[in-house]
Design a protein around this ligand. Structure first.
Ligand SMILES: Nc1ncnc2c1ncn2[C@@H]1O[C@H](COP(=O)(O)OP(=O)(O)OP(=O)(O)O)[C@@H](O)[C@H]1O
Ligand SMILES: [Mg+2]
Length: 280
């Protein structure tokens, strides 16, 4: 299988600033990528390129073997499912949840859509069920909680049966229970061989679902590491990425990170009190 996404020396310049600086990245069939980096690192800019919503200033971007700039982006876009805060903001609050998912397919089925209507409705309902939000089908999107909205958005992004699913910070604004439910749902998606290639953007290693295979770490528009997840998520790489000394741990199939200074404080506490503060 060829590459699903291929970035070669991609630079995006805005004024004097290179918001992406010679980024190279190769995503293959079956991959589940997490893209980590601090605010302003260039993650959403990468998403814009990978979903055919922006062109690079220099370098080349290939999506499913088609080079951006030499292909009709409107043919590519339905092949890339995208869920992001910016897209959610454009969904009218007065639209029902079922319609929010269903309308994702309008651009694809076009003038023949009447013939597809029942099929589409069935698929939209299946997707709502898969993300455990069937009961919300007739509610207005504007009346949902943040966690419910995130699930509906992912269902919508999957409606066109895309080859690639990109989620830009799906965990933002969720409480602990909401985050864990989302991580569980995304873990199931990652484990399903029928799922599209997944790209998950996040600030937190705690949000990496089980089954994610690779990680890209971005800082100030540059790649710190893009490799299989165990190789990429080292304390050194994470510290460079976020600009502070971090310790990273893997517990089973989940990850956790915290400031290295906290570990020193913990060791001092354990020494002074004569007890271990580390329950693991
Ligand atoms: N049109 C633009 N003109 C100038 N600067 C821009 C433009 N678009 C993005 N930027 C800048 O590029 C940098 C990267 O932005 P981007 O949205 O890709 O970051 P991000 O990694 O997604 O950050 P966050 O984690 O906060 O979402 C930021 O400093 C942003 O201000
Ligand atoms: Mg962003």
């Amino acid at each position: 299988m060829g590459d699903v996404l291929q970035f070669d020396d991609v630079t995006v310049r805005r004024g004097e600033k290179a918001i992406l600086d010679e980024v190279s990245w190769s995503v293959e069939e079956g991959d589940r990528w997490v893209v980590l980096g601090p605010n302003g690192a260039g993650k959403t800019t990468m998403v814009q390129l990978a979903s055919a919503r922006m062109h690079p200033t220099s370098g080349t971007v290939e999506i499913l073997g088609e080079r951006l700039g030499s292909v009709d982006v409107f043919e590519l876009r339905p092949l890339v499912g995208l869920a992001s805060a910016a897209l959610a903001d454009r969904i009218p609050g007065g639209e029902t949840v079922l319609d929010v998912v269903l309308t994702a397919s309008y651009g694809v089925t076009g003038r023949w859509r009447e013939a597809y209507e029942d099929l589409d409705t069935g698929r939209a309902r299946d997707l709502l069920a898969a993300f455990d939000v069937s009961a919300l089908a007739d509610r207005y999107f504007g009346s949902l909680s943040e966690g419910e909205r995130k699930r509906v958005q992912i269902a919508r992004a999957l409606m066109t049966d895309p080859e690639i699913l990109i989620l830009d910070e799906p965990g933002a604004g969720l409480d602990l229970g909401g985050r864990e439910e989302l991580v569980g749902a995304l873990g199931e998606l990652a484990g399903d061989l029928a799922s599209p290639v997944l790209v998950l953007i996040t600030h937190h290693v705690e949000e990496i679902p089980p089954g994610f295979t690779d990680a890209m770490l971005l800082r100030e528009g540059r790649v710190v590491s893009a490799a299989p997840i165990e190789q990429a998520l080292t304390a050194e790489n994470l510290s460079t990425t976020f600009g502070l000394e971090l310790d990273v741990q893997r517990y089973g199939h989940r990850w956790s990170a915290r400031a290295a200074s906290d570990i020193t404080a913990e060791a001092r506490y354990a020494h002074d009190s004569g007890i271990s503060a580390r329950p693991f």
